[in-house]
Design a protein around this ligand. Structure first.
Ligand code: THU
Length: 136
């Protein structure tokens, strides 16, 4: 469990990075910040593309940055949008690869916590690495 101060720090990181969102098509800027058990925070934004399906969400940008730096264990993710939007299904699945006990903090553009949940609650019945026969 994160302290209130840790939560606020993570939200602030997501709020800060949100300015770099590249969202000329949706105009919906998203900032995410992922806290690893190492203590490091990896931030990310949504990056859209003229070929729409090539765009990527802020949560997955943060996740892939973290994994690329050798991280595999995560404590919490904060997501900041204009209206307190929740992580999309694709991001839930991408995060589930690394564990369902992830705290999810949802905040608005002012950095106010508007929702707090877990990945387990957001993605019931998740398909996990252990579900592949080769991983049994
Ligand atoms: N988006 C995110 O970055 N994270 C989410 O969880 C929801 C959606 C982005 C994708 C797209 O660039 C824009 O928000 C509108 O869907």
């Amino acid at each position: 469990m994160l302290t209130d101060e840790q939560k606020q720090q993570l939200i602030q990181a997501a709020q800060h990075v949100r300015q770099w969102a590249y969202a000329p098509y949706s105009n919906y800027a998203v900032g995410a910040a992922l806290l690893a058990t190492s203590g490091r925070v990896y931030d990310g934004v949504n990056v859209e593309n003229a070929a729409y399906p090539n765009g990527i969400c802020a949560e997955r940008t943060a996740l892939y940055k973290a994994v690329s730096e050798g991280e595999r264990d995560f404590l919490a993710v904060a997501v900041v949008t204009s209206n307190g939007g929740s992580p999309c299904g694709a991001c839930r699945q991408a995060l589930a690869e690394f564990g369902l006990h992830l705290q999810v903090l949802i905040a608005n553009a002012e950095g106010e916590l508007v929702g707090e949940t877990t990945l387990e609650a957001l993605l019931p019945g998740a398909f996990r690495p252990q579900d592949l026969p080769s991983k049994l």
